[in-house]
Design a protein around this ligand. Structure first.
Ligand code: NAD
Ligand code: UGA
Length: 466
């Protein structure tokens, strides 16, 4: 039987954004048909199986509920385009690795191919929604591609950036701080905006759905990520100063964060931010500034990335320095590899850089993580002498040091006496996330190092912490 749906929604790109976002729309709008397409047949096969391609708390439940009812996954992009009324474009927009702007500008090839494919396969008017994070004025370029050589088919391009964070994607989508829709101020642009508003209004309170010009919307997304990344770099820069002055960065963050004008979120000092977006989006912002001749502004934002690189290297140098200036043949266990807790994603994870640097110092690595071991193997496939072990007790067995890379809850609750007993002595623990109970670890016998706090050691430390 051919079911009648109110609207047919297509999403091009079945990744970390496309998959969860469409699952929530399908779950909240059972009257609409939602199809997610991708060029990668493996991804589509996984979305159609019991083992989804990404791990997100709560995702599987809603996919299982909606899949086959009004949520579909397919590789037939052209058929999807033909039948749809609204198309979300959620393809990846990585940093360009070649040619002009290499290492900084966004690579728009995937996005451009999509625009051309939409134009070639559309014989009815459609609303095109930019979900990917794109540089300001991309919607204008998309409009140009879509409207060239098409007679009678009208496209309205909207910007609707996604603000979900991995690990909390479903919660963020179900209960967003805001939904931002950028549109043209033309009658048809405003009609398209209202139509997208109506979809979100099925579960998002009206006052949280805000609108703006397309250009403000595109820029707001880059700026949101840049501000979040900036806060982390700010507290991480202060963590270095705390280590020199015996102040405690957590105490400083608490005192600063209690100022209601600043707020207490995103003030956890760490080994540096990871994830697929912060670095790339800040770099895209820097590129935009440079492109428009605003070199001083660009340099200001570049500092955010510089501190992040510094923080990762500082962590490695502190390990080296604390372990008597040589790591050769020492066995070091990394607790966690994902770029944050509750995800298996390791893209740009600080753990990749740290693992590579430790290997360069000729340490032997053991990596444990509840969800990210397969990705870790892929990230480190060029390196030798690395073991991947799911059980953290087994992973730490016979190691000289444990270094916490990811703030998984499970690492807070381990029996560290049991771990200490199985490690070589002197045993070291380096907490790159400031999640452990240092007093207790010290009592057990560990030499304890954290970020931005005084070290607790059973021997005299050489003064050169980095
Ligand atoms: P992703 O790499 O996980 O997914 C992108 C998908 O698009 C891939 O599966 C790829 O095969 C597919 N694709 C590429 N070109 C295609 C084409 N021409 N036709 C069909 N499919 C194509 O990326 P992601 O993490 O979902 O990010 C997508 C966009 O959303 C990026 O711009 C990113 O900056 C932004 N974003 C990401 C997050 C996040 O948490 N990951 C959050 C907010 C915004
Ligand atoms: C981030 C933003 O939070 C989302 O709003 C945005 O939509 C998304 O990027 C995107 O555009 O991709 P995400 O990268 O998934 O989301 O995760 P975050 O929670 O922001 O964490 C990013 C990194 O910063 C992680 O490595 C995390 O461990 C680190 N972090 C975060 C800190 O080191 N300290 C903190 O206080 C907070």
């Amino acid at each position: 039987m051919n079911q009648i749906f109110e609207k047919k929604i297509l999403c091009i790109g079945a990744g970390y954004v496309g998959g969860p976002t469409m699952a929530v729309i399908a779950h909240r709008c059972p009257g609409h048909k939602v199809t997610v397409v991708d060029v990668n047949p493996d991804r589509i096969r996984q979305w159609s199986s019991d083992s989804l391609p990404i791990y997100e708390p709560g995702l599987k439940e809603i996919v299982m509920e909606a899949r086959g009812r009004n949520l579909f996954f397919s590789t037939d992009i052209e058929a999807g385009i033909r039948e749809s009324d609204i198309i979300f474009v959620s393809v990846n927009t990585p940093t360009k690795t070649y040619g002009a702007g290499a290492g900084m500008a966004p690579d728009l090839q995937y996005w451009e191919k999509t625009a051309r494919q939409i134009r070639e396969n559309s014989d009815s008017s459609k609303i095109i929604v930019e979900k990917s994070t794109l540089p300001v004025k991309t919607a204008e370029a998309m409009e140009r591609i879509l409207t060239s050589n098409r007679n009678g088919v009208h496209f309205d391009v909207l910007s609707n950036p996604e603000f979900l964070a991995e690990g909390t994607a479903i919660r963020d989508l179900e209960n967003p701080d805001r939904v931002l829709i950028g549109s043209r101020e033309t009658p048809s642009g405003l009609r398209a905006r209202d139509e997208l508003c109506r979809i979100y209004a099925n579960w998002v309170p009206k006052e949280k759905i805000i609108s703006s010009s397309i250009w403000s919307s595109e820029l707001s997304k880059l700026v949101s990520n840049a501000f979040l990344a900036q806060r982390i770099s700010s507290i991480n820069s202060i963590s270095a100063l705390c280590e020199k002055t015996n102040a405690n960065v957590s105490e400083v963050a608490r005192a600063v964060g209690m100022d209601s004008r600043l707020g207490n979120k995103f003030l956890n000092a760490s080994i540096g931010f990871g994830g697929s977006c912060f670095k790339k989006d800040v770099l895209h912002l820097v590129y935009l500034c440079t492109y428009y001749g605003l070199e001083t502004v660009g340099r200001y934002w570049e500092g955010v990335i510089e501190i992040n690189e510094y923080q990762k290297e500082r962590f490695v140098l502190n390990m080296l320095n604390s372990m008597f200036n040589t790591l050769t043949d020492k066995k070091i266990c990394l607790f966690g590899f994902a770029f944050k807790a509750d995800t298996g994603d390791t893209r740009e994870s600080a753990a990749i850089y740290i693992a590579e640097r430790l290997a360069e110092e000729r340490a032997r690595l053991v990596i444990t993580d509840p969800e990210a071991l397969e990705n870790a193997k892929d990230d480190l496939k060029g390196l030798e002498d690395i073991s991947y072990i799911v059980d953290p007790y087994e992973a730490a067995d016979g190691c000289d040091a444990v270094a916490v890379m990811t703030e998984w809850d499970v690492y807070r609750r381990l029996d560290y006496k049991k771990i200490y007993d199985r490690m070589k002595k002197p045993a070291f623990i380096f907490d790159g996330r400031n999640i452990l109970d240092y007093g207790r670890l010290f009592e057990i016998g560990f030499n304890v190092f954290s970020i931005g706090r005084p070290a607790l050691t059973h021997f005299e430390l050489s003064p050169s912490r980095h």
